[in-house]
Ligand binder design. Sequence first.
Ligand code: HAM
Length: 431
Amino acid sequence: MKIRLDPLRGMRDLVAPESEELYYLKKKFSEVATRYGYEPIILPTLELFDLFSIKSGPEIKNSMYVFSDKRGRQVCLRPEFTAGVARAYLRLMRDKPKPIKLYYIGQAFRYEEPQAGRYREFFQAGVEYLGDPSINADIELLLLIRDYYKMVGLDNYKVKIGNIGIYRHLFSVWGIPEETQDLIIHYLDKKEVEKALSLVREYSASGQTLIEELMSISSSEPEEVKEQVSRLRLDSKSLEELERTIKILELSKKLGVGNSYVDLGFARGLAYYTGFIFEVTVPDVTFSIGGGGRYDKLISLYGGEDLPATGFALGLDRMLLVLDNRGWQLPEKKVKVVLIALVNYTVEVDQVATAFRNAGCVVDVRVVTKKKVGEVLGDAVERGYEYAVFLGEKEIREGTLTIKNLREKAQKTVKTDNLEEVLYELLRESK
Ligand code: HAM
């Protein structure tokens, strides 16, 4: 049988350097989230379709991988993590003191039309902050993103801040049922504004103008946003939401969160958002590289108590695409050493390899015959290895090692009894 070798459309085989870079981005995310007091949560890849179908929004719902399992249950590959976190919270964490701060890194699946930066299987790194209704939690999300990007070297990004709560509130006042609200918000997200407004008109004749005015509010200056808001006639609940939005903008500017700005003209695809929403963009690409917001009703929708919550997810593949196009290189390059053992694995080979590894080097042990040495060296140079260390019977007998600098071709023989000093020199020289 001939097996098809290409992965399915929108799926990828990732090898070095991309695979190494992706691992690096994951590692750094877990580092920064941990520093902020978030704990990791690991969720199933496969969930019941119902979990996501309730509040995912039409776009994501239509792009889910859904199928029946052997017992005929409708299951799906997770298109995102927030719904799974809410489910796991209800099952495992209800009695825990609040707030609960969780982070995750993993694959999500969406059957979308693939293109650069849009895959059917992609990596998200995100956090969920459960149990704090205040903007302090929202701000913390932005700070975490700020620190993460700084850590990995991604600059020149923008944070677009919006608020879906104002619209939801007005829609409710005008008697628009929640399902229709979701549809209007979906149209707004797809920039099909006329479709959205025509639905609004069915419930409120004057509503359309107010929605249009609100949607045109946009500025990076808090004072300007205040001035634009002051021209509108709004009820106290809408004003309260707007004040929160302005406060988030003020704070994120003060705290150096990218180039932040308010834009009330955007919505997000997921239907569970209830207030603050945001998206992260870079000038290099048209799609967002991260997004999130507040979803204060999701836990109660799943049968739990009223639990305010906020969170975000970053698209790691998209981040990597941007970083690579900007000529980014892995910042934590390790010294790579190929240890050419001309004897079978022995205690001595292991001791030398361990000493180099403990000093922070990458050590690839190759047990070879003399005839193969040239080939292994050529391969090591091609794979970016800097040093070759030779260990044969003679070296073991004499307690020595031969170290070859593969770039400069220089070679020296050293004693193994003062390996620490040798390694110190080697690491200094390779910097
Ligand atoms: P989302 O905006 O649907 O939000 O996805 C977050 C990020 O995942 C996007 O900004 C993008 O970088 C990446 N992404 C989405 N789809 C694809 C794709 N097909 N290919 C590559 N990358 C993609 C959420 O998923 C929410 N769960 C975020 C959240 C957490 N809100 C509250 N808590």
